[in-house]
Design a protein around this ligand. Structure first.
Ligand code: GLU
Length: 469
């Protein structure tokens, strides 16, 4: 059975590159009726951030990437948090020590620094040659030590990656990296191998930064007599042709995009396409369609550039097709942020805005008219296209008030235009400006009266009457 995993480190932030890795691992597992596992890689406790695991779990949940095994839900291969598996790693480290595939290293920071100062590019294996007796004695004395992987000094290793093809690495370019730190915690380099094997991971999908270190992991699989997983390394998501989309840009996190008003599924759908080509040209896909169409063959060897304009376009398609109540629910936090506690019919505002925004944060500009009335400039009545003037507004204001009191506002405005021999557009322009004080509104005067309520509309028209004198 196919088993894939997403193995983030809890840094308090889910980069969309990480989310895409999770997505591909999820899609691949679901496509093959397999299982998708979440494993928290928290062995570097200096990097750990409080609440970070919850951030990852909640992001995956919002994105619709549901894991079958992992923290909270559990599973038969748990625990799924590496810091809770410390003893497991030590057991396998001991096996590697016994077979000579690893060794204890007592070198101090100072010695290592001196070695590097003298030009060494990697550890010189000096502790490999300590006698068993000396090792025992130093351990017994309480000397701090790490366990290092014993990598052959010459030769090469080749493995197959599903995206990059055959990858060959010269052993002399690899360092005897640390497997177990002096505090007994494993490094990523060790824990990923042990856990992928023990958790039955069949396909290891992760960032391309691990492409060249995978031969080290393969040596560990071989030394422990384990089958290697299938490897699928992914290119990063780029900001432009030179730079990765990074946290430093301030907008590379899943939550950042939610705050910008993208719908969770838009983000998922869009990042699915950044690094994977569906066979057909249909780019808008539900999660089920993504599962159905996803294939490893479609993964790109080259990196892709993130294009927010395109994601906005996709988001607008998803927004337009939302049921009204769902759009209103999604828009409400944005009203609360930008225009809270206005005396308006917010659900009706949602009806007006749904077809007019690409992202939910566009609400800020699209609904700016809500605050326009209090300091509007009567010059707004002057419109070149409609040839309207302030005098025309002054002359029509009593009629505007009368129309607002009529049972059928639209019919009354029609009749007014006819009576005054004006174009309908002229009357509508003046009416809408008089009710809102804004040149851009989502909908015309009648919609604005419905939004603010008749009483408020009349109050505003009276104020305009005073202003015009
Ligand atoms: N914890 C690693 C990271 O966050 C995971 C790499 C992997 O998937 O093996 O980069």
């Amino acid at each position: 059975m196919v088993r894939t995993r997403f193995a983030p480190s809890p840094t308090g932030y889910l980069h969309i590159g990480g989310l895409r890795t999770a997505l591909y691992a999820y899609l691949f597992a679901k496509k093959h009726d397999g299982k998708f596992i979440l494993r928290i890689e928290d062995t570097d406790q200096t990097r750990e951030v409080e609440g970070a695991v919850d951030i990852i779990i909640s992001a995956l949940d919002k994105a619709g990437i549901h894991y079958d095994e992992g923290p909270i839900v559990g599973g038969e291969y748990g625990p799924y948090v590496q810091s809770q598996r410390k003893d497991i790693y030590l057991k396998y480290a001991q096996k590697l020590l016994d077979s000579g595939d690893a060794y204890c290293c007592f070198c101090t920071k100072e010695r290592l620094a001196e070695m590097h100062e003298k030009g060494a590019t990697k550890y010189d294996k000096s502790c490999l040659h300590l006698s068993k007796a000396e090792v025992q004695e130093r351990i017994a004395r309480g000397e701090p030590y790490v366990i290092r992987q014993n990598i052959p000094e010459s030769g090469t290793s080749t493995y197959h990656d599903e995206v990059f093809g055959d990858v060959t690495v010269d052993f002399k370019d690899l360092e005897d990296n640390i497997l177990i730190k002096s505090d007994g915690m494993p490094t990523y380099n060790f824990a990923n191998v042990i856990d992928d094997h023990l958790m039955g991971i069949t396909h290891c999908i992760r960032g391309v930064e691990y492409l060249m270190s995978t031969p080290k992991y393969n040596l560990l699989y071989d030394a422990l007599g384990w089958e290697r997983p299938v490897y699928i390394h992914l290119q990063p998501i780029m900001r432009d042709s030179q730079h990765k989309l990074s946290k430093r840009d301030g907008d590379a996190g899943f939550e950042d995009f939610l705050r910008k008003g993208f719908l969770p599924h838009t983000i998922v759908n869009y990042i699915a396409l950044l690094g994977w080509n569906p066979k057909d040209n249909n780019e808008k896909m539900s999660m089920n369609e993504l599962v159905e169409k996803f294939s490893i063959e479609g993964l790109q060897k080259s990196s892709s550039i993130f294009d927010e304009v395109k994601m906005r376009w996709l988001n607008s398609l998803y927004i337009k097709e939302m049921p009204a109540a769902q759009f209103h629910a999604a828009a409400t936090p944005f009203y609360n942020e930008y225009y809270p506690n206005r005396n308006i019919d917010y659900a009706y505002l949602s009806e007006l805005l749904q077809s007019r925004v690409e992202t939910l944060s566009d609400i800020k500009d699209r609904a700016a008219f809500l605050d326009a009335f209090d300091n509007f400039d009567k010059e707004l009545f002057v419109n070149k296209k409609w040839k309207t003037t302030i005098d025309m507004a002054r002359e029509l204001i009593d009629d505007c008030i009368a129309c607002t009191n009529a049972d059928d506002l639209n019919a009354a405005l029609d009749a007014l235009a006819e009576r005054k021999a004006l174009k309908k557009g002229q009357v509508l322009w003046i009416y809408r400006i008089a009710v809102t004080g804004a040149a851009a509104t989502p909908g015309g005067g009648a919609e604005m009266v419905r939004l603010f309520g008749k009483t408020e509309a009349l109050r505003r028209l009276e104020a305009v009457k005073n202003m015009l004198g």
